[in-house]
Design a protein around this ligand. Structure first.
Ligand SMILES: [Zn+2]
Ligand SMILES: [Zn+2]
Length: 129
């Protein structure tokens, strides 16, 4: 890599360019650009970047943290990860014993707490009349 190329990488990086864009701009392999940035540019991993185009995301203070730089990238990402769309990390359930709603990652869970589980087993026999 020439000094000029290195300078250009740094300049583009400061302007929020992603590795892909820089690589295309300089006609370099993306791996070379990435390695150079990780080794030579400080604070490289401190900023949050768009997972699609790697542009630095400008967060708006007091607003919900953005994950993508734009709607376009967000839609592209979801298109590429369709299996993640309908999979909430937690599910809402109603406790079979006390009727309270609770959330759990375990789809087989029936009770909101260990206590309800134990109580329902203990009183289970008494309920049959
Ligand atoms: Zn993006
Ligand atoms: Zn319960």
């Amino acid at each position: 890599m020439t000094i000029q190329e290195k300078n250009t990488i740094e300049k583009l990086r400061q302007n929020g360019y992603g590795y892909k864009k820089i690589a295309a701009e300089l006609n370099l392999p993306i791996g070379t650009v990435k390695t150079y940035c990780k080794r030579h540019l400080a604070m490289e991993d401190d900023k949050q970047r768009c997972p699609v185009c790697e542009t630095v995301i400008k967060q708006t203070p007091h607003k919900k943290e953005k994950r993508f730089c734009s709607d376009k990238c967000r839609m592209k990402w979801w298109k590429e990860h369709p299996d993640l769309i309908n999979r909430p990390s937690k599910y809402e359930y109603i406790c079979s014993y006390c009727g309270k709603s609770f959330s759990s990652r375990n789809p087989k869970r029936k009770y909101c707490s260990q206590r309800c589980y134990i109580d329902s087993r203990r009183k289970g026999g008494e309920r049959h009349e």
